[in-house]
Design a binder for this molecule. Structure first.
Ligand SMILES: Cc1cc2nc3c(=O)[nH]c(=O)nc-3n(C[C@H](O)[C@H](O)[C@H](O)COP(=O)(O)OP(=O)(O)OC[C@H]3O[C@@H](n4cnc5c(N)ncnc54)[C@H](O)[C@@H]3O)c2cc1C
Ligand SMILES: *[C@@H]1O[C@H](CO)[C@@H](O)[C@H](O)[C@H]1NC(C)=O
Ligand SMILES: *[C@@H]1O[C@H](CO)[C@@H](O)[C@H](O)[C@H]1NC(C)=O
Ligand SMILES: *[C@@H]1O[C@H](CO)[C@@H](O)[C@H](O)[C@H]1NC(C)=O
Ligand SMILES: CC(=O)N[C@H]1CO[C@H](CO)[C@@H](O)[C@@H]1O
Length: 811
C-alpha cells in the first residue's frame, strides 16, 4: 500500500530503485512517460556543450549503465537517477515524514542539464522521442513537458526550431545507437555527436516506469473486483426479494385462480422447472445434504452454511485468490529493479494490502444489526454472518501475506528491517495485522458459545483498535486510502445510532404537557416446571406495531451489566384495556447460563415473579408472507413457539378481515416439559387454538411424563365443547390459574415427532388439493436440520408449491 511507497522510496535511496513506489508518479500523465523514459535513459550521459548548474550533483553515474549492479557503491548519486525517489526520500524516511507524496510528486528532472542546454543532447532526446513515441505522446511531451523537466533541473530548454528542421528521417537513420546498458558513461565520455537511444532499452525503461507507477492503480482496480463481487451478490439478493414481493402481492390481490384450477397438472414452463431445480438443489438444502444434514447443528465446532451461502462464499474466496495472484507485471530487464524476485515480493505485497483494504467495507457491512442490506435483500442474519466471517478470513489472510511479504522485502532487499520498526506506518500495520489475527481466533464458534459476552466486548474494542491502527497505517499518504476506511466508521455509526433511536422510540413517549412516559416495570415470571421465563412488558411507544417475525433486544438497565442485550422473538402481543400503554408484549425465554440465568435466579429468589425495569430495542426481523399460502405447517421446538404465535394471531386477524389465503394451519410443537404447553397454550393461544382451521399436535419429550399416554382432545370440536372451553378459559383467566392443555382442542402426544413423515404428509395433502404449502420451523438445531432435510426430500420428489422458512435463535 501507500505505506510502502515510503518504504520503497527509502529503498531506492538505500539499495536500488523502487519497484512499486506507490502513487509516486514520475510524470504527470501517462502519455508523458514515453518522453520521461527517453529523458531518464539519456540523462546519465555527459553531453558536449552542456552547462552545469550550481547544483553539485549534476553527475552522470549511470542509472542504466550499471543495471544489475548494486547502487550502493555509487553512493548518493543514484538518487538523482530515479528522479521520483530523490525528491521525496528525505521526507519519507524520517519518522515524522508524513508529507503527502502527491504534493512532492509531479515532474522531476535529472539534475544533469545536458538534455536541456546541449545541442547534441537535445537533438539526441528529440530524435529518440520522435522515433519511439506515438504522435500523441510526442505532442504532449514536446515542448511543454520537456520544458517543465528542465525547469526542475534549474535549466532552460534551448530553442527546438532548428532541431526540428534538421531531424529528418534520413538524418535519424544515419545516427549511431546508444544503449545505456552496453555503452557505459565512462567509456563514452562526453558525447559530441547526436545519438539515438536504442529501441530495446527504451522499451524496457518505458515499461519499468509505467508498471512501477501504475501498479497501485491497478491494484485498486483489482480491489473493485472484490467489492464488485459482494455488490453483485447484494444486488441479486435485492432483485430476488423484489421479485418475491411482487409475486406475493399479485397472488394475493389478483388471485391466480386459473393457476390454482389447473393445479399441479398445469403446464410447467422451462423457467418454472429451472426455478424449482435451483430452489431444490441450491437454495434449500444444507451444503452437504444428503450426506451431512448439518446446518443449524455445528459440525466439528463449525457452522455449515446453507448450500447457497457456501457457493457464494466459495465464489468470494475464488475471486480473492485469483485477484491476488494474477496479472503481475514483473519482468526481467526492469531497469529500476532488476531482480524478478524482488519485483514479485513487492508487487504481491502491494496487491494483497489493497485487496485486504477492499474487503473492509464489506466486513463491516455484513455485521451490523441495523443494516440496510438486511432489509433490502432476502438474506438472513445468519447468511450475513457467514459472509462476515469469510470476509474476515480473507481480509486477515491478505493482511498477513501483505505483512510477511513486506517483511521479506525489508529484510532481504532493503536491509532496513530493524530501523523501519520505528516508523509509525510500519508498527501500526503490524498492530492491525496482529489484532485481526487475534480476533479471528477469538471469534471461533467454540469460544463465542462459551462466553458470548466476553467475545462481544473484545470484538467491539478490537474492531475500534483495528480501524484506528489502519488509519495510522496509511495516514502518511493523506487521503488516498481513507475512502476504504471511512465507510467502516459510517456503517458503524449508523448501526449504533439507530440502536439508540430504536431504544428511545420503544421506551419513551412524549405526552404533550405531561412530560415523558417511559416503559414501566415489566413482569417476569419463572416456573421451574416448564423451565420458562416469561416476560410481559408494556412498551411506552404508542405507535409500536407488534407483528409476526419481529425480534427485540432486551436490556436490563440498573444492573451490573446493564449494557448487555439479548435478542428475543416477540412471542405474543395483546391490546390491553389500559389507555396509557397500548400494547403488551410477551417474550418466552429459555434460561441458559448468562443473563437469562440471572433473570431466572432473580425470579426464583422472589418466589416466582418479579417486577423489574426492562428496556426494549427493536423491532428487527421481517415477516414471512405465510398468509399467501393455502396451508401452513409450523414445526416448533421449545421456546421456538415464540415464532409461531404471532403468525397464528395474525392469521386470526386476517381471517376476519378476509385478507389471507390460508385455510389450514397445522402447529406441531415439541417441548420437554408438558407445563410449557399449559403455560403458552392456555394463556396466550387458548382462543386461537379453538379455531377449526388450526390443528395442533404437541409432543412432550419428557420421559417421566410418558406414563400419561396419548391423551388428546378431539380434533374436530363440537360447538358445545368450544363454548364450554371458552367459558372455562374465561373463568381460568379470571381466577388466574393455569389450566391443563388437555382441556384444549389439541392433540398431545409423548415422544419425538417424526418430522420427515410429518412434512411429507403435509406435502402430499397439499398436493392432493393443489394447495400451496409453507413450512416454518424454529427450534433446536437438530430439529431444524431434520426439517430442512425433509423439505429437500419432498422437493426432490417434485413437489413445487412449497416454501421453507427457518428462524434461528443464534448464529
Ligand atoms: C433472532 C433471535 C431470536 C431469539 N429469540 C429467542 C426467544 O424467543 N426465546 C429464547 O429463549 N431465546 C431466543 N433467542 C436466543 C437467546 O437470545 C439466547 O438464548 C440468549 O441471548 C442467551 O443469553 P445468555 O446470556 O443466557 O447466554 P449464554 O448462556 O451465555 O449463552 C447461551 C447461548 O446463547 C448465545 N448468545 C448469548 N447471547 C447472545 C446474543 N446477544 N445474541 C445471540 N446469541 C447469544 C451464546 O452464544 C450461546 O450459544 C433468540 C436468538 C436470536 C438470535
Ligand atoms: C551522501 O549524502 C549524505 C547525506 O545525505 C552526506 O552526508 C554524504 O556526504 C553524501 N556522500 C556523497 C559521496 O556525496
Ligand atoms: C542543422 O543543420 C545545419 C546544416 O546541416 C547545421 O548547420 C546546424 O548546425 C544544424 N543545427 C542543429 C541544431 O543541429
Ligand atoms: C555503443 O556500443 C555499441 C556496441 O558496443 C557501439 O557500436 C556504438 O557505437 C556505441 N555507441 C556510442 C554512442 O558510443
Ligand atoms: C390463490 C388464491 O387462492 N388466491 C386468493 C388469495 O386471497 C385473495 C383475497 O382473499 C383472493 O382474491 C385470491 O383468489
Amino acid at each position: 500500500m501507500r505505506t510502502h511507497a515510503a518504504l520503497l522510496l527509502g529503498l531506492s535511496w538505500a539499495v536500488s530503485p523502487v519497484v512499486a513506489g506507490g502513487f509516486s508518479f514520475s510524470a504527470p500523465n501517462l502519455p508523458d512517460y514515453c518522453f520521461y523514459a527517453v529523458y531518464q535513459s539519456l540523462g546519465s550521459y555527459t553531453w558536449e556543450g552542456e552547462t552545469t548548474t550550481s547544483s553539485s550533483s549534476s553527475e552522470t553515474s549511470g542509472h542504466g549503465s550499471s543495471s544489475g549492479s548494486s547502487r550502493q557503491g555509487s553512493s548518493n548519486s543514484s538518487a538523482t537517477t530515479t528522479a521520483s525517489s530523490s525528491s521525496s526520500t528525505g521526507a519519507k524516511v524520517t519518522p515524522h515524514g508524513k508529507r503527502s507524496m502527491r504534493e512532492k510528486r509531479g515532474h522531476h528532472g535529472s539534475s544533469s542539464t545536458g538534455l536541456c542546454t546541449s545541442t547534441v543532447g537535445v537533438m539526441s532526446a528529440y530524435v529518440s522521442a520522435k522515433s519511439w513515441c506515438t504522435k500523441e505522446q510526442f505532442n504532449m511531451a514536446i515542448p511543454t513537458y520537456w520544458e517543465s523537466l528542465c525547469e526542475d533541473a534549474s535549466a532552460t530548454l534551448i530553442s527546438l526550431t532548428e532541431i526540428e528542421a534538421n531531424a529528418t528521417d534520413e538524418y535519424i537513420a544515419s545516427l549511431s545507437l546508444i544503449d545505456p546498458e552496453t555503452n557505459s558513461t565512462t567509456t563514452t565520455g562526453t558525447i559530441s555527436t547526436p545519438v539515438l537511444l536504442s529501441h530495446s532499452y527504451y522499451k524496457r525503461a518505458y515499461k519499468s516506469y509505467v508498471t512501477h507507477d501504475y501498479a497501485l492503480s491497478k491494484d485498486m482496480r483489482m480491489g473493485w473486483g472484490i467489492m464488485g463481487y459482494w455488490g453483485g451478490v447484494l444486488a441479486l439478493g435485492m432483485i430476488s426479494k423484489a421479485w418475491k414481493m411482487a409475486h406475493a402481492f399479485l397472488r394475493l390481490s389478483t388471485g391466480s385462480d386459473a393457476e390454482k384450477r389447473s393445479g399441479s397438472g398445469r403446464a410447467l414452463g422451462p423457467i418454472s422447472a429451472a426455478a424449482h431445480f435451483v430452489r431444490t438443489y441450491i437454495i434449500i438444502p444444507a451444503s452437504f445434504a444428503p450426506f451431512l444434514s448439518n446446518h443449524q447443528q455445528l459440525f466439528l465446532y463449525h457452522t455449515i452454511p446453507k448450500r447457497l451461502d457456501t457457493l457464494i462464499v466459495f465464489g468470494f474466496w475464488a475471486v480473492a485468490i485469483i485477484l491476488s495472484c494474477v496479472d503481475y507485471e514483473s519482468f526481467t530487464g526492469n531497469i529500476q529493479t532488476p531482480s524478478l524476485h524482488q519485483q514479485n515480493w513487492q508487487y504481491s505485497s502491494d496487491r494483497t494490502g489493497i485487496l485486504s483494504y477492499a474487503c473492509l467495507p464489506f466486513l463491516w457491512l455484513f455485521s451490523g444489526r441495523n443494516n440496510i442490506f438486511l432489509w433490502a435483500t432476502d438474506f438472513s442474519v445468519q447468511s450475513f454472518n457467514i459472509f462476515h466471517r469469510h470476509t474476515a478470513w480473507v481480509c486477515t489472510l491478505l493482511a498477513v501475506v501483505h505483512s510477511i511479504n513486506y517483511s521479506v522485502v525489508f529484510a532481504i532487499y532493503d536491509g532496513r528491517y530493524f530501523s523501519v520498526w520505528k516508523q509509525e506506518y510500519w508498527y501500526m500495520g503490524v498492530v492491525a495485522t496482529i489484532i485481526m489475527v487475534f480476533m479471528l481466533v477469538q471469534s471461533a464458534t467454540y469460544l463465542r458459545q462459551k462466553s458470548y459476552e466476553i467475545f462481544i466486548i473484545i470484538h467491539f474494542l478490537f474492531s475500534i483498535l483495528t480501524i484506528f491502527a489502519l488509519f495510522m497505517h496509511t495516514s502518511f499518504d493523506g487521503k488516498t486510502y481513507t475512502p476504504y476506511l471511512w465507510p467502516l466508521v459510517a456503517i458503524w455509526l449508523f448501526d449504533r445510532g439507530l440502536r439508540y433511536v430504536r431504544m428511545v422510540y420503544c421506551n419513551m413517549h412524549v405526552r404533550f404537557g405531561k412530560g415523558f412516559l417511559s416503559t414501566p416495570l415489566s413482569t417476569v415470571t419463572y416456573s421451574s416446571e416448564s423451565d420458562l421465563v416469561r416476560v410481559e412488558m408494556y412498551p411506552a411507544a404508542q405507535s409500536l406495531k407488534p407483528a409476526p417475525g419481529q425480534h427485540y433486544y432486551l436490556y436490563q438497565p440498573y444492573t451490573l451489566r446493564g449494557w448487555e442485550n439479548h435478542p428475543f422473538t416477540l412471542g405474543c402481543y395483546e391490546n390491553p384495556d389500559s389507555k396509557e400503554y397500548e400494547t403488551k408484549l410477551i417474550f418466552y425465554i429459555r434460561p441458559y447460563d448468562g443473563w437469562t440465568k440471572r433473570l431466572r435466579n432473580q425470579c426464583q429468589k422472589a418466589g416466582g415473579e418479579i417486577r423489574t425495569k426492562l428496556l426494549l430495542e427493536g423491532p428487527y426481523g421481517h415477516q414471512a408472507p405465510l398468509h399467501t399460502f393455502d396451508n401452513v405447517l409450523f414445526i416448533m421446538g421449545g421456546t421456538g413457539i415464540a415464532c409461531a404465535v404471532p403468525y397464528i394471531l395474525d392469521h386470526i386477524a386476517r381471517v376476519s378481515a378476509g385478507k389471507t389465503n390460508t385455510t389450514r394451519i397445522h402447529l406441531i410443537w415439541t417441548g420437554r416439559q408438558k407445563k410449557i404447553f399449559d403455560e403458552v397454550c392456555c394463556q396466550d393461544l387458548s382462543t386461537a387454538l379453538e379455531h377449526t382451521d388450526i390443528t395442533t399436535t404437541l409432543f412432550c419429550t419428557d420421559k417421566s411424563a410418558a406414563g400419561g399416554m396419548i391423551t388428546s382432545g378431539s380434533t374436530t370440536p363440537t360447538k358445545e365443547k368450544e363454548a364450554a372451553v371458552d367459558a372455562a378459559a374465561l373463568q381460568d383467566k379470571a381466577s388466574g390459574s393455569i389450566r391443563s392443555v388437555e382441556d384444549l382442542n389439541v392433540d398431545l402426544r409423548y415422544g419425538r415427532p417424526a418430522i420427515n413423515s410429518l412434512v411429507r404428509a403435509a406435502a402430499q395433502e397439499a398436493q392432493a388439493s393443489s394447495a400451496r404449502l409453507a413450512v416454518m420451523t424454529c427450534g433446536p438445531a437438530k430439529m431444524a436440520d431434520e426439517c430442512r432435510t425433509a423439505m429437500y426430500d419432498v422437493m426432490k420428489g417434485g413437489f413445487r408449491d412449497i416454501e421453507y422458512f427457518e428462524e434461528a435463535f443464534g448464529w
